[in-house]
Design a protein around this ligand. Structure first.
Ligand SMILES: Cc1cc2nc3c(=O)[nH]c(=O)nc-3n(C[C@H](O)[C@H](O)[C@H](O)COP(=O)(O)OP(=O)(O)OC[C@H]3O[C@@H](n4cnc5c(N)ncnc54)[C@H](O)[C@@H]3O)c2cc1C
Length: 508
């Protein structure tokens, strides 16, 4: 029997929203559409501002830009970007203590045994070590230096990644110019009404405030928290995770650049949440993320303004959010990308990365006009797993605290957490083994950075690590940390690196 006829292909994609999500999606879809008969339109209203935050990223952004064919230097200059080797966590375990979460592994496996097992082995023999000494980017960050990974993959200085801090508005503009040049139709108008097919409930068209009616086959909702299409029109539903992720408000302010930019984001735990410090070439982004159960808006704003470095350059802005996820990111002929699909919180900078992975899923399962229900279910399943793993990783940051100086931290320490996370923590506590589930965004080394940063010592270590004499292990580790330290000291400062390779036009 002949194969069943293919359904009609998608010919018109309509994106609503011109924030980071909208333009990242537009750029990717117009690249995907090359050589095919697919038109892409993006509708955004210049009267409705974008969220205006979201300036710290994780390393997959580097590949995202590369896939689009964007020149890295041009991008860094255009977005006032700096380089990010990881996140420095301050005051999370206890006040006055800090640790670094790099985008890299630590040391190397020895005889198939994880490197950190040898550190546990030494600790059991009374020899203390510092995990971060065996990670080149962590040591670079300690000295405020930056180097790109060595081009020879065999080099010990090659095995790490980096990300960027950038000005979110400038990045959206950059991608807008890129997308429009490749053929995206840009419509500046407000969507006033979503028309649904009476029989199917699929989106038929959008009515705009300028009187236009825009038809499409596939609609991408990048309208931000409100979820104009996925929620307001299609009523897809939302799952709240605020029993574990307590922070639900933020106050954000930009400040003058007070010092040379660090090659990392600072995440500083406060009495009812945490503060971010994101260094750009021309200014810093700052914010206090807090729980409205434990902190007043006035106090949060005052705390933020009292603690930032450099003079504030705009009025502090309050942002309310609901940690959780949309029940489906793909429903009928609507795909939600960005804040419209849900938001956990900014810790670990996962939101822009989730925009990328949502785009990747859309391209992998790119529909035709039959909108196969199994494909849609698979995308929603994958997204759910991905988000649950990130959720657990974020909860870990709060749950492992030893702070008891405020009601917020006492609550976090004692709160019940998802069973999936209880299991991970218990296995690590038992034998230092890091449990990885499917579709994890954070690798073993990230979980290790947390367990180590929060001083969790396993009860036992991998017996295979016991085969080597502690003195010999220590000798090898000392050699390794010495050569890492030497290489880091020889690198350029982050500031020098930027000035030499990619200074933005108006950076001081
Ligand atoms: C406090 C905070 C800090 C964050 N920090 C980080 C971070 O460091 N790293 C990270 O990865 N992510 C971060 N995020 C998330 C990040 O900001 C977002 O993922 C990212 O900016 C994408 O937003 P968006 O494009 O989905 O929505 P928005 O920026 O809100 O854009 C919505 C767009 O929709 C348009 N629109 C809305 N309604 C209509 C309408 N009716 N008609 C036409 N157009 C309409 C608007 O004009 C706008 O263009 C943070 C978020 C918050 C709340």
């Amino acid at each position: 029997m002949a194969e069943k006829q293919m359904a009609e292909p998608i010919r018109k994609i309509v994106i609503v929203g011109g924030g980071t999500a909208g333009w990242m999606t537009a750029a990717s879809l117009i690249r995907y559409a090359e050589g095919k008969s697919i038109a892409v339109s993006l509708i955004e209203s210049s009267k409705i501002p974008t969220i205006g935050v979201g300036e710290a990223t994780i390393p997959n952004i580097v590949q995202f830009n590369r896939n689009l064919g964007i020149d890295e230097i041009e991008f860094v200059k255009a977005t006032q970007a700096t380089f990010k080797l990881g996140i420095q966590f301050e005051n999370w375990h206890q006040q006055g203590q800090q640790f670094f979460h790099p985008f890299a592994d630590y040391g190397l496996k020895i005889d198939q045994v994880d490197f950190h097992q040898y550190l546990h082995r030494l600790k059991a023999s009374g020899i203390s070590t510092n995990l971060e000494d065996y990670c080149f980017p962590a040591v670079l960050a300690r000295y405020d230096k930056f180097a790109q990974p060595h081009p020879n993959p065999a080099s010990p200085l090659a095995d790490y990644s980096y990300a960027y801090h950038f000005d979110a508005g400038l990045y959206a503009n950059f991608l807008r110019d890129f997308s429009v040049k490749l053929g995206v139709e840009h419509i500046d108008a407000e969507v006033k009404h979503t028309q649904l097919h009476p029989n199917t409930g699929f989106i038929k068209s959008l009515l705009l405030d300028n009187g236009m009616e825009i038809h499409g086959d596939l609609f991408i909702d990048c309208s931000g928290f409100k979820g104009l299409l996925i929620e307001q029109a299609l009523e897809t539903g939302y799952e709240y995770w605020n029993e574990w992720l307590l922070c639900d408000a933020a106050v954000a302010v930009q400040s003058e650049r007070a010092q040379a930019p660090h090659p990392y984001t600072r995440a500083i735990a406060m009495s009812a949440g945490w503060q971010w410090r994101i260094p750009l070439q021309h200014r810093s982004g700052n914010g206090y993320i807090y729980s409205s159960q434990f902190e007043t808006d006035a106090n949060a704003q005052q705390t933020l303004l009292e603690t930032i470095e450099g003079k504030a350059v705009n009025q502090p802005r309050k942002i309310i959010f609901h940690p959780g996820r949309r029940k489906k990111i793909w429903h009928k002929n609507c795909f939600a990308i960005g804040l419209s699909s849900g938001f956990l919180e900014p810790l670990e900078s996962t939101s822009i990365s989730l925009i990328q992975t949502a785009i990747a899923k859309l391209l992998t399962f790119f529909p035709d006009q039959s909108f196969n229900e199994h494909d849609i279910a698979e995308v929603n399943r994958l997204h759910h797993r991905e988000l649950e793993n990130i959720r657990d990783f974020l909860i870990l940051h709060y749950k492992l605290t030893q702070r008891d100086d405020s009601p917020f931290w006492r609550y976090c320490k004692d709160m019940a957490i998802p069973d999936s996370l209880v299991h991970k923590i218990n296995v690590y506590k038992s034998r230092g083994h890091i449990v990885m589930l499917d579709n994890e965004s954070f690798k073993e080394s990230s979980w290790l950075a947390m367990y180590n940063g929060f001083h969790i010592t396993p009860q036992r270590f991998d017996v295979r690590a016991g085969a080597v004499e502690p003195a010999l292990i220590k000798q090898k580790l000392d050699q390794m940390s010495h050569s890492i330290d030497k290489a880091a000291q020889q690198a350029m400062s982050h500031d020098q690196f930027i000035k030499m390779h990619c200074p933005a036009a108006i950076a001081r």
